[in-house]
Ligand binder design. Structure first.
Ligand code: COA
Ligand code: AMP
Length: 629
């Protein structure tokens, strides 16, 4: 048996012993009393009775053990040119200081703090300070519009919001504060205070007494630095909202103990990163990839993490990532395939790589969307390092399938994120819940219990957790992805089976875009489908039937709808194409045939079910839908 097969088998055959062993990588104030608590199955709890502090594990313990001067966080802005290195001691000092401010403002363990910030060190400081005082942070991605922020504020009910005056998005300066104001004007819940980090590129007009300037809070001596709150392993560390099948975003809850143990394990087993080594994750702290592999995991193991503000291309060129790798001697890099496609488009021969010394780079990890074989081959050839596809989701918080480089370098198969990660019992089921034969498509599921670090519940709604993920197939977690296992046990992920789409690595719901379109007074009915796109992986397209008697020109309605989605969901939704059509294809029971339309748009024949109400409707749409139309 190889090292992977042995480790995987042990993780499933004796879960408790396996995870008890991994828990030794974390410092506990009180060791867990039970490794796995199944009393409330299908909701499981890991490390019940254990007491710890995630910030202590990420910062204090490294300082105590002699790594005070090691770089913890390196801020690299490709936009302003700024570089700033925080050693473990400096980051701890900043975080403890901000934690002191949180306590002064009345934040207590369990209170929620929404963080709506661009990629600046202060955002990481705010996250870690929440962890330090036991508050539950909920970071909202900056590309979301006020309405999305408002719905998260209403769901999380934060006592405090931490934000910034602006974000720098390529050449654009995005004013965050007006968006925060607009969100608060829409939300029923109001925080007691908003702390605003003022950036010199665009200062915000603070609304006193609600708004508090970030900078004075950080002056030495302004507050008693916060010590680490002792929290339960099963207490929430953060809530991260993600798109579901309905318009209402789901607040994925991450626990304290399971999260710390799982992330530390993943750094050793998957990413092969240890103390003092440098990890560069080019994502955003607003996504799970940023939470896990920009902020928590590298710090939990005493590594150095790069916080990169910029784009893969255009800030200023397609060598921006390579510059980071060379300047900071990056060992492991992680990004989304979209970013590599964007670089390849501008620099197809990889000529810009030659100007940068990338001998430190050992592995490129890619995730967030399907890795197409072309991009895989290009990156491998140009970078001359292994390119590792791995598959996971906001819900799981760390990889479900990967090539575990720290355990064994398994052969890589293009198109597959390799094998199930130890702890995840991956199975592929048919509609009746039976395992499908090897090589056959089905719903990819994980047999319960899920390993530590995966979602504890949906914020404030255990029933939504159970109904949304755990009841379709008894005893299994439904990933929402379809695919198959091959004869060697490699996982092949073929795409979502629900209405979640992935646009440039950003997870979005076509259902919520439809809800926005339907709110327009001229719209009778509509459908949004995700269609294949060379650069962004997928792009949304809208098809709209206008109400009888509306005489506004179709182009005008389409433009209004594009603007509406941008205003309500955000620029990241990237819904740019809307066609006004005479009718949408439906079954006789009235279900819109989105799958048929999606297939036609992707250049496939587009199977028409026998239950279709009027086959002519599909034929009318074909010329509009097909690729290149
Ligand atoms: N704050 C505000 N606006 C944002 C934003 C943020 N944090 N992130 C993106 N946007 C805006 C963009 O400016 C753009 O606006 P525009 O329509 O006015 O041009 C819009 O949202 C769409 O953004 P994006 O999909 O990122 O497209 P792009 O053309 O700006 O960039 C890529 C394309 C491929 C370079 C970029 O998507 C990318 O780097 N992708 C990798 C994504 C990633 O790392 N995902 C995390 C999962 S691992
Ligand atoms: P998110 O919750 O934003 O991380 O998005 C998770 C979804 O992205 C998954 O359910 C998949 O549909 C998709 N995804 C992530 N990684 C991969 C991958 N390596 N291959 C294919 N799809 C992926």
């Amino acid at each position: 048996m190889g090292a992977y097969a042995e480790e995987y088998a042990r993780s499933i055959a004796d879960r408790e012993a396996f995870w008890a062993e991994q828990a030794a990588a974390i410092d506990w104030f009180r060791p867990p009393q039970r490794v796995l608590d199944a009393d409330r199955a299908p909701i499981y709890r890991w490390f019940r009775g254990g007491r710890l502090n995630t910030c202590y594990n990420a910062l204090d313990r490294h300082v105590i053990s002699g790594a005070a001067d090691r770089p913890a966080l390196v801020f690299h802005s490709a936009i302003t040119g700024q570089r700033r290195t925080y050693t473990y001691a400096e980051l701890l000092e900043r975080v403890a200081q901000f934690g002191g401010a949180l306590i002064q403002l009345g934040i207590r363990p369990g209170d929620r703090v929404v963080i709506y910030m661009p990629m600046v060190p202060e955002a990481v400081i705010a996250m870690l300070a929440c962890a330090r005082v036991g508050a539950v942070h909920s970071v909202v991605f900056g590309g979301f519009a006020p309405a999305e922020l408002a719905s998260r504020i209403d769901d999380a009910r934060p006592k405090l919001i931490v934000s910034a005056s602006c974000g720098l998005e390529g050449a654009k300066t995005i004013a965050y504060h007006p968006m925060l104001e607009a969100a608060l004007a829409r939300s029923a819940h109001q925080p007691e205070h908003c702390i605003v980090f003022q950036r010199e590129q665009l200062r915000a007009d603070l609304v006193e007494p609600r708004d508090i300037d970030f900078a004075p809070l950080m002056r030495p001596g302004a507050f008693e630095p916060a010590s680490c709150a002792e929290v339960e392993a099963t207490d929430p560390l953060y809530i991260l909202y993600t798109s579901g099948t309905t318009g209402k975003p789901k607040g994925i809850v991450r626990d304290q103990g399971g999260h710390a143990v799982a992330l530390a394990y993943s750094m050793r087993a998957i990413y092969d990163i240890g103390p003092g080594e440098v990890m560069f994750t080019a994502s955003d702290i607003g996504w799970v990839v940023g939470h896990s592999y920009i902020v928590y995991a590298p710090l939990l193991v005493g590594a150095t993490t790069i916080l990169y503000e910029g784009k893969p291309v255009g800030t200023p060129d397609a060598a921006a990532f390579w510059r980071v790798v060379a300047e900071h001697r990056v060992k492991t890099m992680f990004t989304a395939p979209t970013a590599i496609r964007a670089i390849r488009k501008v620099d197809p021969d990889g000529a810009l790589m030659a100007d940068h010394d990338m001998t430190s780079l050992r592995t490129l990890f890619l995730a967030g969307e399907r890795l197409d074989p072309d991009t895989y081959a290009w990156a491998g050839e140009k970078l001359a390092v292994p390119v590792v596809d791995h598959w996971w989701q906001t819900e799981t918080g760390w990889p479900i399938a990967a090539n575990p480089r720290g355990v064994e370098e398994l052969p890589i198969k293009a198109g597959s994120p390799s094998m199930p990660v130890p702890g995840y019992e991956v199975v592929v089921l048919d509609g009746s819940g039976d395992a499908v034969p090897t090589g056959t498509d089905g719903a990819i599921c994980v047999r319960l219990p899920l390993p530590p670090g995966t979602l504890a519940t949906v914020w404030g709604d255990d029933q939504r957790f159970v109904d949304g993920y755990l009841t379709t197939f008894d005893g299994h977690y439904l990933t929402g992805d379809g695919g198959y296992l091959d004869e060697d046990g490699y996982v092949f992920v073929m795409g979502r089976t629900d209405d979640v789409i992935n646009v440039a690595g950003h997870r979005l719901s076509t259902g919520s875009m439809e809800a926005v379109l339907a709110s327009h007074p001229a719209v009778a009915e509509c459908a949004v489908i995700g269609v294949a796109d060379e650069l962004k992986g997928q792009l949304p397209r809208g098809l709209v039937v206008v109400k009888a008697g509306i005489d506004t020109p179709p182009d005008e309605i389409a433009a209004e709808l594009v603007a509406l989605v941008r205003d309500e969901i955000g620029a990241v939704a990237a819904l740019r194409r809307i066609d006004i059509v005479a009718a949408l294809p439906k079954t006789r029971s009235g279900k819109i045939l989105r799958k048929t339309m999606r297939e036609i748009a992707d250049g496939l024949p587009g199977a028409v079910p026998s239950t279709i109400e009027d086959p002519a409707v599909v034929e009318d749409l074909r010329p509009i839908l097909q690729p290149g139309a």
